[in-house]
Design a protein around this ligand. Structure first.
Ligand SMILES: NC(=O)C1=CN([C@@H]2O[C@H](COP(=O)(O)OP(=O)(O)OC[C@H]3O[C@@H](n4cnc5c(N)ncnc54)[C@H](OP(=O)(O)O)[C@@H]3O)[C@@H](O)[C@H]2O)C=CC1
Ligand SMILES: Nc1nc(=O)c2c([nH]1)NC[C@@H]1CN(c3ccc(C(=O)N[C@@H](CCC(=O)O)C(=O)O)cc3)C=[N+]21
Length: 307
């Protein structure tokens, strides 16, 4: 029907991330040719969380595709805080390692804040160290958290100048919501951060030209929470039982976002799918940050990865 609103266009994070990984690979090859430095990433995972294992495996494979060194340190969940801190000290001192990522969440007996703060800020490719959080807040160059960085890249690619747009971020975690808000503020958006105590969340979401969902609740954000034509970034990665009851009974799962995609796609202007949206961009940005850290370690200005 002619007057029926068009469905949202999909923001293809998978394709975007492949382009970015190719650019990082080319830039890393140039760095190695000119300075003899091969960017190296160390990923540390404590315990056996199956979802984390998949994420860590994807990261390792993509890092090698980009022509970088990738070391994975798998530690048992009985690892003590002292043992973990000793490994981080060794990685801080290892000149072949430019990026260190400690997979979160950590087992309960380990103090995550103490672990993150033990990472050399110049090797903190997650951007979680307080020094990098502070640099982002005051607009100094540092390491920017991968998920917000990848989300911002997609937004700028889709919308160009973001200044003056109303951005609503649902979720205030240190790893997604807060750094996302800093980045969008830096782009001169009018930023609102919502969380579990927010009143009338649907009405607030309807004010958003840019809606970022980082909640961790499967399909919570409904179609009628979205302003027609808005751009929706769905950060959520939630495993839910398979739609097919037989498969569900066998324990099969599927991945959904924090946005009810089937409803949202009828209202939004543009939307990231899950999977295939923010997730692959997170991994590509991790490699970009590792390349940047390697450049800085030898005093080289990193190549522009946006073109
Ligand atoms: N695609 C990717 O690369 C990544 C995806 N993720 C995914 O993103 C999601 C969010 O992750 P993360 O930020 O670590 O999650 P956290 O659990 O740390 O934070 C969730 C936030 O959502 C808020 N919240 C919870 N329930 C509601 C509600 N009913 N209404 C409004 N706000 C609510 C919480 O509010 P309050 O503070 O008040 O408790 C909190 O601020 C998860 O699905 C995670 O798997 C995470 C990292 C990377
Ligand atoms: N120190 C630390 N840094 C992180 O960045 C970090 C972390 N800990 N802990 C866990 C969360 C989660 N996260 C994801 C990244 C990519 C995908 C991803 O590639 N997803 C694909 C595949 C999804 C699937 O099908 O399983 C997609 O969305 O298309 C998912 C999740 C990073 N996190």
């Amino acid at each position: 029907m002619a007057d029926e609103p068009a469905r949202a266009s999909l923001i293809d994070g998978k394709a975007f991330s492949q382009t970015l990984v190719e650019r990082v690979a080319a830039a890393a090859a140039r760095l190695e040719a000119t300075h003899g430095v091969k960017p190296g990433l160390a990923v540390v995972i404590v315990g056996e969380d199956p979802a984390s294992q998949i994420y860590v495996r994807n990261k390792g494979e993509t890092t090698q595709k980009a022509g970088m060194r990738s070391d994975t340190h798998r530690l048992p969940d009985t690892t003590t805080q002292e043992e973990l801190l000793a490994l981080i000290a060794a990685l801080n001192a290892d000149a072949g390692i430019h990026g260190i990522l400690v997979q979160l969440p950590l087992p309960k007996h380990i103090d995550s804040a103490a672990v993150l703060d033990a990472i050399d800020p110049d090797k903190d490719v997650d951007g979680f160290h307080v020094v990098n959080v502070g640099r982002l807040a005051v607009g100094l160059p540092g390491m920017i958290p991968c998920t917000p960085l990848g989300s911002l890249m997609m937004l700028k690619d889709q919308l160009g100048d973001l200044s003056g747009l109303n951005a609503v971020i649902v979720g205030r975690s240190n790893i997604v919501g807060k750094p996302m808000a800093q980045l969008l503020l830096g782009e001169s958006c009018t930023v609102t951060i919502a969380h579990s105590r927010t009143r009338d969340l649907p009405a607030l979401c309807r004010t958003a030209d840019i809606l970022v969902a980082a909640v961790g609740r499967p399909e919570m954000i409904k179609g009628d929470w979205i302003k027609p034509g808005a751009t929706v970034i769905d950060v959520g990665i939630n495993r839910v039982p398979s739609k097919d009851p037989v498969k569900a009974a066998e324990g099969k799962t599927r991945v959904v976002g924090d946005v009810d995609f089937a409803e949202a796609v009828e209202v939004a202007g543009r939307i990231t799918p899950v999977p295939g949206g923010v997730g692959p961009m997170t991994i590509a940005c991790l490699l970009a940050n590792t390349y940047t850290a390697a450049c800085r370690s030898v005093g080289v200005t990193p190549d522009d990865l946006n073109s």
